[in-house]
Design a protein around this ligand. Sequence first.
Ligand code: ZN
Length: 374
Amino acid sequence: MRRAGALRCTDRGPRGAVKAALDEGRSRQLAAALGELTRQVLWARHAPRVLAAAPRTTLHTRVGAGHATNHRVDRAERAIITFGWRMVAAKAAGPDESARWLSGREILARGYFGGRLGLLDVLAHVVCHEFAHLVQTAEGARRRHSVHNAAFYLVLDTLHRDGSADAVRGALAPICARLGVRTDGPTTARADVVAQVLGDDPRHAAAGSGSRGAGRRGAGRGAAAERGLRRGQARGARSGRPAVRRCSTRFEPGDRVAFQVRGRRITGCVQRINRRSITVLPDVPDRPGQWWRVGPTLLLRLEARPRTTDTGLPGVLAMDRRDKKRIEVLQKKRSKLRIEISTVKRFPDDPAELPRLEQELAAIEAELEKLKLP
Ligand SMILES: [Zn+2]
């Protein structure tokens, strides 16, 4: 069985093993129905928009064997949306479970379907989420460094505003009834679950670069007892983003760092500087998608992303301005790539991506090496 975290973009679930609350047969039928609704409702409504941007697009939907639920485009420009049956089975467990998935957090953070997490809500939303990727991709707004970006949410918001999402939800109800799948369960998750899943900066969550519950809990309980480790509360629910005061200027994304958890040394790469902590992607995660939030005082820098302001390097002083500029550009690229590589390792999108990124990084490092020689 493939594990949820090893898969990509949309709907990463909690821990490795997600409880299946619905039998495989009906989960598969429901997953197939989600594909049908993508075509009958969303494609029927929005095909003109998609085809205007990418005239050769064709839609294919399939039922996946695991949790993986995603959209991709193959070489023949076929848009392929996969709905994993285990994703459906897990969501049938109810709002507490659904809230832990990216799509559930999206509903909560963005208020889709009035923030309700009933089975119809979460499944209809997944259909919209994947279709939004299709539109986004057709319009050229999906890029390697930004998948769940502003353009994506513009599309997704539209699907919820123009009645498309409601239409999917409405069409799904009789299908569930026919399959004998109950949809009248609770629609709100427990407050502590909501606080936990929204505890993250929603943008961070939406960007799909962290992990949800799993890593957080791993880093939190127990380990958090160690001073300085992750003290964040449910502040992500706040809207509006005032000028963020960062906890540290000593670290920057891309820095290589180490820290200790219960006597264990963990090394990784700084992904983000938060208000009171630093998000670190471990080199060797305990589980897919794990990340840590660590107080800056507990972090040891192994290798800095070289600061361009460093004047300690005689080589830099002697360098002509063009080289200096080039080095700055390369260093920025390198830092971005390192983060990207960390993310891709956790959520492989396409098997060719990692080797390509690593090759790119090697080329940049080689060029930097050359430029720095006196
Ligand atoms: Zn997605």
